[in-house]
Design a protein around this ligand. Structure first.
Ligand SMILES: C[S@@+](CC[C@H](N)C(=O)[O-])C[C@H]1O[C@@H](n2cnc3c(N)ncnc32)[C@H](O)[C@@H]1O
Length: 207
C-alpha cells in the first residue's frame, strides 16, 4: 500500500471522499452495535470521521483508538478530532498491530482492507483476530466484486490496474476473504457508492 499517496492527499481527502464514503462507513459502524464503555479500534482511521462517530457511541470516559500508517492522514484526523479528548490516534501498520491480545471488543475497517494484496489481507485479519477479545466483533466496509457485470466497477478496475495510485482500492469478495481468515460472517449487506458496489460484513471468530 502506497501510504505516501495518503500523505500527499490528506488535506484534500475529505473533499474528495468523505461525502460518498460517509453513509457506507456509518452503516458499518451501525452494524458493529457498539455499546457504551466498549474498547474499539478503527484500522486505517484516515481523517478520523469514523473514530468521531465511534467515540460518541462508547461515551466520553472511554478511549476509542484510531490507527493509521500515514502521518498526513493522522494530522488531518487530529484537526477533526480536536474536541474529542477521549480518542487516541496511533501511527502504525495494520499488518503488525501494536496492541495486546484481546485488547478490543470491536474493530472497524472502512475502505482499508481492499488496499492490501491477498497475503497482506490475511496478515491484517490475523492481527485483528489476535487483538479482539473472545466474542469480539469485526465490521468491514469495502468495495465489492460485482456478482454480475457492472460497467462502473469494470471501469474502476481498469483504472486500478493502470493507475493504482489514483484508484487504490481493489474490489474484493469480502465475505469470502473474511471467512478464509477464520471469521464467521454474522451479517452482510451491499450498498452502492457512486455506482460502485460496496459490501458491509460483520464477523466474529468462532469461540
Ligand atoms: C481509503 S482510506 C480510508 C480512511 C477511513 N477509514 C475512511 O473511511 O474515510 C485508507 C486509509 O488506510 C490507511 N492505510 C494504508 N495502509 C495502511 C497500513 N498498512 N496500516 C494502517 N493504515 C493504513 C491510509 O493511510 C488511509 O488513511
Amino acid at each position: 500500500v502506497a501510504v505516501t499517496v495518503y500523505d500527499r492527499i490528506s488535506r484534500a481527502y475529505d473533499v474528495l471522499a468523505e461525502r460518498p464514503e460517509r453513509s457506507c462507513r456509518e452503516r458499518a459502524i451501525a452494524a458493529l452495535r457498539v455499546a457504551v464503555g466498549e474498547r474499539v479500534l478503527e484500522i486505517g482511521a484516515g481523517t478520523g470521521h469514523g473514530v468521531q462517530t465511534l467515540s460518541r457511541l462508547v461515551g466520553c470516559d472511554r478511549q476509542v483508538i484510531g490507527l493509521d500508517r500515514s502521518a498526513g492522514m493522522l494530522k488531518s484526523a487530529r484537526l477533526v478530532l480536536a474536541s474529542h479528548p477521549n480518542v487516541r490516534l496511533v501511527r502504525g501498520d495494520a499488518r503488525r498491530l501494536c496492541f495486546a491480545a484481546g485488547a478490543f471488543d470491536a474493530v472497524l475497517m472502512s475502505f482499508t482492507l481492499e488496499l492490501f494484496d491477498a497475503s497482506d489481507m490475511a496478515r491484517v485479519l490475523a492481527e485483528v483476530a489476535r487483538v479482539l477479545r473472545v466474542g469480539g466483533r469485526l465490521s468491514i466496509v469495502a468495495l465489492a466484486e460485482p456478482r454480475e457485470s457492472n460497467t462502473i466497477t469494470t471501469l474502476y478496475q481498469w483504472v486500478h490496474a493502470h493507475f493504482p495510485s489514483i484508484a487504490d482500492c481493489r474490489p474484493i469478495d469480502l465475505p469470502a476473504v473474511v471467512e478464509c481468515a477464520g471469521f464467521q460472517v454474522r451479517g452482510e449487506e451491499t450498498m452502492r457508492m457512486c455506482g460502485l458496489l460496496v459490501a458491509v460484513v460483520i464477523a466474529q471468530m468462532p469461540a
